[in-house]
Design a protein around this ligand. Structure first.
Ligand SMILES: Nc1ncnc2c1ncn2[C@@H]1O[C@H](COP(=O)(O)OP(=O)(O)OP(=O)(O)O)[C@@H](O)[C@H]1O
Ligand SMILES: [Mg+2]
Length: 112
């Protein structure tokens, strides 16, 4: 299992969520975050305005998935979250050791 963490433009969150549900991701967590990339936070467009701050508003979307879904999830996020501009985001993939569904005590992929 893996966790795919995608830092995306907040305006793309709903569309990314729909795309992930369509390919079989069973859950996701979204968090409002602030970040910067190569441009160090300078002058990105956000909600039609130029934001000139050290950190830009982003959403971090975390999806825990079975290994077979990693490539489809990455492809879907890239396709939907691409803006054509700098600051469209970045995706990180990390190993996931254990998952537990609290209600049933199920573990592993059955708990995703
Ligand atoms: N090396 C990194 N480590 C942690 N978070 C990062 C890193 N690079 C980018 N991020 C996060 O991803 C967000 C979006 O990054 P961004 O898309 O601007 O990356 P970039 O490498 O500058 O690419 P681009 O040139 O397309 O802007 C940042 O605001 C930050 O939250
Ligand atoms: Mg950038």
């Amino acid at each position: 299992m893996k966790i795919v963490s995608a830092i995306i433009n907040p305006l793309k969150l709903d569309a990314v969520r729909d795309a992930l549900a369509e390919i079989g991701a069973k859950g996701a967590t979204a968090t409002e975050v602030k970040g910067y990339g190569h441009q160090r936070g300078h002058t990105e467009m956000y909600r039609g305005a130029v934001v000139d701050v050290k950190f830009n508003p982003k959403v971090k979307l975390e999806v825990a998935i079975e290994d077979a879904l990693v490539d489809p999830v990455i492809e879907a996020i890239c396709k939907v979250a691409k803006t054509g501009h700098i600051g469209a985001g970045k995706i990180f993939v990390t190993p996931l050791e254990r998952v537990v569904r609290i209600r049933t005590d199920e573990t592993g992929e059955a708990a995703l």
